[in-house]
Design a protein around this ligand. Structure first.
Ligand code: NAG
Ligand code: NAG
Ligand code: NAG
Ligand code: NAG
Ligand code: NAG
Length: 455
């Protein structure tokens, strides 16, 4: 009997975990296979670079009718193994925070309140995970203890001085993302990337607050962030960010991966020449080009050639912005079907128009008139050829209230609510590569997982 099992270690390495099937029970040995000295176990590297463990067991010890149950058991155990690793990281982090107390001159600046919010979020995540697993594992108690311990230390630190916990926050953000991913693996099943065989959005996850923008400036309320929705080879992990204190756009920053984004260490800054300065924040990166608004037209910055290109949109009006901020006249979007731009015109009397953009000619190839007033909309995005429009419910809740399907021309009122980190936001976009929503929420990077109704 051969059983392959792989587990991606949180620090990026792949670890092989050996699985033994003894007396119909699945036992995972928590050590890399290399340490496990047995002639019956071999490792190899799979097609996509993953590590495969081959465990040879006598056929009799592995009854086929138990396979399903067995897989379930090992899934939970893998999760437990991951949690064990996270627990260790969290407790290491605690030790480091505690050490900061004794060397106050090492820090610069700290957003204590944000850290406390992140800790609360982390705790809520742990609770959700425990509930979704219905687990009584002592790991959860240990996680709670560490979180509480961290909260205590943070509160203490604050009374000492206004010190910088930036390094800790970066570590913490990474850990938080891993735990969040873990939870979404459970709750949001495996996203079926690129598959549009569904009847639309069913649910939006809780927000994942990554951190304050790269300028660490809470006054930079206008901006956007996210990932390329059709990355070229070698740029699959790239993130982009732009932020400013007003609705104009002067700079775009590019980060080679998530860690670099967290560390605010860009590999490229594009300072936009004055002839092409951006006028609104609903930009996206698609096919290694940034599409953004200039005047009331479309601008493209090709990141490969650093070339700027402009196209007027004859009917687009500058009079109908989204409700949260001024100048939001052209909203770029990308989904499984390609590139879109959303706007309103005088002829449509402020109702939204969906236009499909042809990437080759950088021109508009098709248009649909919708029945929703742009000024009532907080923001909008496309997913599988359907436009979704949002509006506020209250300070902490947003709602997708309207959808327009470009395949059928049908419109629909709906109510899919999701929590916000802060009240206002200037950029919301769906990314078909990871089926996440990216929001620039009052200066903070926020993301959500999208779950589709697959019947
Ligand atoms: C492999 O496992 C079988 C069954 O447990 C055992 O009989 C055999 O000796 C093992 N081979 C090696 C090389 O360890
Ligand atoms: C809290 O963390 C500090 C520093 O790591 C450690 O010394 C202490 O034992 C911890 N307390 C608990 C209750 O875990
Ligand atoms: C959770 O587990 C307990 C005991 O293991 C069991 O009694 C209970 O029915 C379970 N709840 C759910 C929702 O599975
Ligand atoms: C689409 O999904 C439905 C329900 O899951 C399934 O019955 C159908 O075969 C799928 N169609 C295609 C083309 O995959
Ligand atoms: C960007 O520039 C490169 C190099 O000139 C070119 O190959 C590519 O097609 C351009 N992409 C777009 C979307 O214009």
């Amino acid at each position: 009997m051969v059983l392959n099992l792989l587990l991606k270690h949180p620090d990026g390495h792949f670890l092989c975990f050996t699985v033994l099937l003894i007396c119909f029970k699945c036992i995972i040995l928590f050590q890399p296979l290399e340490d496990w000295d047995s002639g019956n176990v071999t490792t190899s590297v799979g097609e996509s670079g993953q590590c495969l463990c081959h465990v040879f067991l006598p056929d009799t010890s592995f009854p086929a009718d138990r396979v399903e149950h067995m897989q379930q058991v090992s899934k939970d155990m893998i999760l437990e193994a991951k949690l064990n690793v996270y627990l260790k990281e969290l407790s290491d982090l605690n030790v480091r925070v505690a050490m900061l107390e004794t060397s106050p001159d090492k820090y610069i600046k700290l957003d204590f309140e944000l850290l406390r919010i992140e800790l609360r979020e982390f705790e809520a995540l742990v609770t959700q995970l425990r509930e979704s697993l219905n687990s009584s594992s002592p790991i959860f108690d240990s996680l709670y203890t560490e979180i509480r311990n961290m909260t205590l230390i943070v509160n203490q630190l604050e009374t000492y001085d206004k010190s910088n916990l930036d390094v800790i926050r970066i570590e913490f953000a990474k850990l938080q993302k891993k735990l969040k991913d873990c939870q979404e693996d459970q709750e949001f099943i495996q996203p079926d990337i690129g598959n549009c065989n569904h009847t639309g959005i069913l649910k939006i996850s809780k927000p994942m607050v990554v951190q304050l923008n790269a300028h660490l400036n809470s006054g930079y309320q206008y901006g956007g962030w996210g990932k390329d929705s059709k990355p070229i080879r070698g740029y699959e992990s790239m993130y982009y960010y732009g932020g400013y204190s007003g609705a104009h756009v002067y700079d775009f920053y590019l980060y080679s991966n998530y860690d670099k984004l967290i560390l605010r260490s860009e590999f490229k800054r594009h300072h936009i020449p004055s002839a092409y300065v951006g006028t609104g924040n609903n930009y996206i990166v698609h096919g290694n080009s940034i599409y953004y608004q200039h005047d009331v037209g479309m601008c493209k910055l090709n990141l490969t050639s650093s070339r700027y290109d402009f196209r007027a949109v004859s009917d687009a009006s500058g009079s109908f912005s989204y409700s949260y901020s001024p100048n939001q006249n052209l909203d770029f979007a990308a989904d499984e079907n390609g590139l879109w731009v959303l706007y309103a015109s005088d002829e449509s009397r402020g109702k939204m128009i969906i236009a499909k953009v042809d990437e080759k000619s950088f021109g508009i190839e098709d248009k649909w008139n919708t029945g929703v007033y742009k000024q009532l909309v907080g923001n909008a995005f496309m997913a599988c050829g359907i436009m979704y429009a949002t509006r506020p419910v209250d300070l902490n809740t947003e709602e997708i209230f309207y959808a327009f399907d470009t395949k059928t021309g049908e419109e629909k009122q709906l109510s899919i609510t999701f929590p916000k980190f802060q009240e206002r936001y200037t950029n919301l976009d769906y990314n078909p590569m990871d089926q996440k929503l990216y929001m620039y929420n009052n200066g903070y990077y926020v993301s959500y997982n999208v779950r589709f109704n697959r019947g």
